[in-house]
Design a protein around this ligand. Structure first.
Ligand SMILES: [Zn+2]
Length: 183
């Protein structure tokens, strides 16, 4: 049966024009790379909490795992946050990339790769105006994980670029409205 297209509402759409999201398959359990510097863990947790508290339910469940149980990035239905030291030089300006995989209109995997080769991250006080606010970055990447795409009009956490030493970790009315279209 053909399915009707939908308004984007800020989401990636499949070839039939339907929004892709995790639908009822919640929470999204995602495992944290044990090599991620320990001081940044709370920033990641706090970024997930921003989306969870806005939705009024557990959407994103960030879990720690031992090194031997952390899986390399692959198309395997297992969600990971990767602290990546071997970043492709052709995209060295990219701070992170989130890959989602979906079938029909349902996401079944999301991996977040953080560029630890070309960027330095901070929790609350940058040591230079080049450093990237970890929580702001992860709020954005978790938006992608949920199915959201880039927006071009501020205020939103889904702007494509995050400048150094800039904090952008609060969901805007736009973001909250988009969130409610699927969650
Ligand atoms: Zn992005």
């Amino acid at each position: 049966m053909a399915q009707a297209s939908q308004e984007a509402c800020g989401y990636v759409q499949n070839s039939s024009g339907q929004r892709v999201s995790w639908k009822g398959q919640l929470p999204v359990v995602i495992f944290l790379d044990p090599t991620l510097p320990s001081e940044l863990v709370t920033s990641v947790q706090s970024a997930a909490q921003k989306w969870n508290s806005s939705a009024g339910k557990l959407l994103i469940d960030v879990r720690t795992v031992t090194a031997e149980n952390f899986k390399p990035q692959a198309s395997d239905g297992w969600n990971g946050i990767y602290w990546s030291t071997d970043w492709d030089n052709t995209v060295s300006l990219q701070q992170a990339i989130t890959t989602i995989r979906y079938r029909g209109n349902m996401i079944f995997e999301a991996d977040i790769k953080i560029n630890s080769k070309n960027f330095t991250y901070y929790v609350s006080q940058p040591n230079s105006n080049q450093e990237v606010h970890m929580e702001s970055l992860l709020v954005h990447e978790f938006g992608h994980l949920l199915g959201l795409k880039h927006l071009s009009t501020s205020p939103t956490v889904m702007l494509a670029t995050l400048s150094g030493a800039t904090i952008r970790d609060t969901l805007s009315d736009q973001d909250l409205g988009d969130l409610k279209c699927e969650y």
